[in-house]
Design a protein around this ligand. Structure first.
Ligand SMILES: Nc1ncnc2c1ncn2[C@@H]1O[C@H](COP(=O)(O)OP(=O)(O)O)[C@@H](O)[C@H]1O
Ligand SMILES: [Mg+2]
Length: 249
């Protein structure tokens, strides 16, 4: 039996047989403003207040921003940080190097982190071509990709290879991890990078769509390893007390 890690997000855990599978990597995808960051923070805050060591890594927002965003939903992150159960880490894009991934992994191992969030893989991946030296690519790989003379496509290849490596590494960490990702507005793939959706153990997608002139958010569990997941689309509401996933029936 797979052990479950309760997110504590109202209405979510029962969609996935009680929680996220322990040691899994779940991709939380959606267009901007769908609530991915809030979902992530609530997952970690619930963990930290239940004495599970939690770590949030953002590549997008300052920590002041994050703490204040959480406060609007009734979460006191600073308090959880003081107990040592929650670690917030901000890595500005211009500080990203090849060592960043190592640095995140080391920190998670050192602090014996059980719940980890990376927000977002899209920001990390978009910058991968900048900090991946060409010498690190096997020539054979590049030739196979038939993109040797086409730098933009080569950049795309670097992104895919980077994501593959990163998510595979994350799976070895022993954390129950959520990685957020930007979903394209349209198209045949769920994610912009088109590969993370295949590697992740689980995919949860949040959409923000207009229905009868009013915009509303909804959540769908697209896949979840070892789980008989609920296949309905559920309305997601952001309230002052946090996210609520409603049941349709
Ligand atoms: N207290 C609140 N009540 C209702 N909606 C809120 C509240 N706080 C934030 N939001 C909504 O949540 C959105 C931000 O969610 P966020 O998790 O940052 O999105 P994402 O990470 O997917 O871009 C905002 O656009 C805002 O509309
Ligand atoms: Mg966000």
């Amino acid at each position: 039996m797979v052990k479950r890690v309760q997110t504590g997000i109202k209405g979510f855990d029962k969609l996935v047989q009680g929680g996220l599978p322990e040691n899994s990597v779940t991709l939380l995808i959606g267009t901007p403003g769908t609530g991915k960051t809030l979902f992530s923070l609530q997952y970690l805050h619930n963990g930290a207040t239940n004495k599970e060591k939690s770590m949030y890594v953002t590549l997008e927002q300052s920590l002041e921003d994050i703490r204040s965003q959480a406060k609007d939903l009734g979460m006191d992150l600073a308090k959880a940080e003081k107990t040592g159960m929650l670690t917030l880490m901000h890595i500005p894009i211009h500080d990203l190097t090849l060592n960043t991934i190592e640095q995140i992994k080391k920190e998670a191992e050192k602090r014996k982190i059980k719940r980890l969030v990376i927000d977002s893989i899209s920001t990390l991946a978009v910058n991968a071509p900048v900090y991946t030296p060409l010498k690190d690519l096997a020539l054979r790989d590049v030739m196979n990709y038939k993109a040797f003379f086409s730098p933009p496509i080569l950049g795309d290849f670097v992104v895919k290879r980077f994501i593959y490596g990163f998510l595979s590494d994350l799976k070895q960490l022993g954390c129950t991890t959520i990685v957020t990702g930007e979903a394209p507005e349209k198209g045949e793939f769920l994610t912009r990078d088109t590969v993370s959706e295949f590697i992740a153990d689980g995919i949860v997608s949040i959409t923000f769509e207009s229905m009868g002139g009013q915009y509303s958010r909804s959540l769908l569990v697209r896949k979840m390893r070892g789980t008989k997941a609920d296949e309905d689309i559920h309305p997601l509401e952001i309230t002052d007390k946090g996210l609520v996933i409603h049941t349709v029936k």
